[in-house]
Design a protein around this ligand. Structure first.
Ligand code: MLT
Length: 215
């Protein structure tokens, strides 16, 4: 695998491709143990010609890249989730400036742990991130209060009906919290467990097409 060097201006190694004018930028967020290269093959299927911003999770769990610490599977260190969501919002703000993204729409596309940090960031920092495609995500904030206005935020959730890592009751809570704060939520549930299906990708591409143009 090609190692992506840290840029001089930001310590997080990441891939950036500007994409075609008039397209959104996809913020690709890998799952546990992944890297900034993992979701790159999905990008042309989700939004042909789109810009790509794909960082590497800054937390290491026994050598596996992640976006925040967890106490065990499915039990998160919520204070760390909150802090790391702030870091991701900061990275996005930096990238907007450094890469001259202007007011181009940015849609996060996250898988598993990457979905969870995208959701936490959108819940806590809607001014930085207001479009999220979450594959196999769940509610990431436990008892941490959410006091943001999410009117204008749009989230697409894709989950497995029998996913022990992202249980349905957590997805229900996620949907309820997002909607109660004004977010528009679309939700699709596929048979089976943790993972991204071909139908999920097709539906996500349609959603990005809509969400990318409506601001
Ligand atoms: C998480 O830790 O975010 C979830 O349990 C999913 C994962 O293991 O990546």
């Amino acid at each position: 695998m090609t190692e992506t060097p840290a840029t001089p201006a930001h310590p997080w190694p990441h891939v950036f491709e500007p994409g075609d004018p008039g397209t959104p930028v996809l913020l690709l967020l890998h799952g546990t143990g992944g890297s900034e290269h993992d979701l790159l093959p999905l990008a042309p299927r989700l939004s042909p010609g789109a810009g790509i911003l794909s960082p590497r999770g800054p937390v290491s769990e026994n050598g596996m890249n992640r976006w925040f610490r967890r106490l065990r599977e499915g039990v998160f260190d919520t204070a760390d989730v909150v802090a790391r969501a702030g870091e991701l919002a900061g990275f996005l703000g930096w990238a907007r400036e450094a890469y001259g993204l202007g007011d181009r729409p940015v849609a996060a596309v996250g898988f598993s742990n990457g979905a969870n940090i995208a959701l936490a960031t959108a819940l806590l920092h809607p001014g930085e991130l207001d479009r999220v495609v979450a594959f196999s995500g769940m509610y990431p904030l436990d008892a941490h209060p959410v006091d943001t206005d999410l009117a204008g935020t749009r989230v697409a959730l894709f989950n497995g009906a029998e996913d022990p890592m992202a249980p349905q009751d957590s997805v229900e809570r996620l949907t309820a919290v997002l909607q109660s704060h004004g977010a528009d939520v679309e939700r699709a549930t596929h048979p089976g467990g943790h993972g991204i299906t071909a139908d999920d990708v097709t539906a996500a591409a349609l959603w990005i097409g809509r969400a990318g143009v409506v601001r």
